[in-house]
Design a protein around this ligand. Structure first.
Ligand code: ZN
Length: 246
């Protein structure tokens, strides 16, 4: 939506610049400014540049939801499930279709107490240059895998890398699914230390947040325990994504 309006405005500005025979340098500068805005809009999912993504609920309640991307992971996902299930905490797992195929039993374990959702089939580095037909195929293929396990039609999709574009917009609208972003990105798979991640989490958590984590490493597993303890101590309730949305 914003993409179309901004593109239209820039086409008009550049058209005017050409008509008024303005210096080529200024026209190039205008083009660069347009590109910067497009790159920002594509890489920041919550800018809702091409379509609306749910990133945070506006609320005074001390609630938040936990989401995990890129699983199921053979080694780590069962450990995450142990921690969550012991404390009776709901979470959402945005799984990669090909990982579901490799770890069907773990995906089944997830679905017993948590939401199994779609994070594309391949999570390919080239996903963002795929035509909409291929994006649709990937989402459908993973939704079919989820349905085979849960018996339900999955409604939730998180774009790989959180990158959005017009082709993903088309796919989401055609398949009538909801795009889910986040309000707190932990950068748990980068070099950022556990301590720094946890400090930033405490600083940024207000209420209605969606936390982005990955169920594929020990650092995040340690963090999960800390986050749960922090929530319990500070009267935050960790709710399911569906409860947060509805
Ligand atoms: Zn991912």
């Amino acid at each position: 939506m914003k993409f179309k309006i901004i593109t239209l405005i820039f086409v008009l500005i550049i058209g005017l610049e050409i008509t008024l025979k303005i210096d080529l340098f200024l026209i190039i500068l205008t083009l660069i400014l347009y590109l910067i805005i497009v790159i920002y809009g594509s890489s920041v999912i919550c800018s809702n540049f091409y379509f609306k993504s749910f990133c945070k609920k506006q609320t005074n309640k001390k609630i938040f939801a936990i989401t995990f991307d890129d699983g199921p992971n053979k080694e780590f996902t069962p450990k995450f499930l142990d921690v969550l299930n012991k404390e009776n905490i709901p979470a959402t797992f945005f799984c990669i279709g090909k990982n579901i195929e490799k770890n069907t039993n773990i995906a089944k374990q997830i679905s017993k107490n948590h939401l199994l959702a779609n994070h594309s089939y391949s999570h390919s580095n080239f996903f963002d240059i795929y035509p909409s037909s291929r994006v649709i195929d990937e989402i459908k293929k993973t939704n079919k895998l989820i349905k085979d396990i849960t018996g339900n039609n999955n409604l939730y999709f998180r774009p790989p890398f959180g990158v959005t574009n017009p082709n993903i917009a088309k796919a989401i609208s055609k398949l009538n699914i909801k795009s889910i972003g986040w309000s707190i990105r932990t950068f748990d798979t980068t070099n950022k230390t556990e301590k720094n991640i946890f400090n930033d989490f405490k600083k940024n958590i207000t209420g209605g947040d969606i936390i982005l984590l990955h169920d594929n490493n020990q650092k995040t597993l340690n963090l999960l325990t800390k986050i749960i303890k922090y929530a319990q101590k500070n009267d935050f309730k960790i709710v399911s994504l569906e409860e947060l949305i509805n």
